[in-house]
Design a protein around this ligand. Structure first.
Ligand SMILES: [Zn+2]
Length: 88
């Protein structure tokens, strides 16, 4: 819901490990930088050095790695209560 948040780096999912970035985005097409070619490494993603846009390889490590924040069974108490009064 915060796609236009300037503090949120743009993320693009790509199907090849070789990507090009020229800084043009849907939100700011006038902004840009010289086109550069980036190589996604073994981490499964690469960040553009100019505009910090992140390219994530589909099906790669960065795409398929489990995200604890979205794990429904993270082990927290479902009612959010904290253990207190251990002597009870
Ligand atoms: Zn870029």
């Amino acid at each position: 819901m915060a796609a236009t948040d300037p503090f949120t780096p743009e993320i693009a999912y790509v199907e090849t490990s070789r990507v090009a970035c020229d800084g043009a985005t849907q939100t700011s097409p006038a902004l840009g930088h010289p086109r550069v070619y980036l190589q996604i490494d073994e981490k499964g993603y690469v960040d553009c050095g100019y505009c910090d846009k992140r390219f994530i390889l589909k099906g790669g490590i960065a795409d398929t790695a489990p995200d604890e924040r979205t794990d429904p069974g993270a082990g927290e108490n479902s009612d959010g209560s904290l253990p207190s009064r251990p002597g009870v």
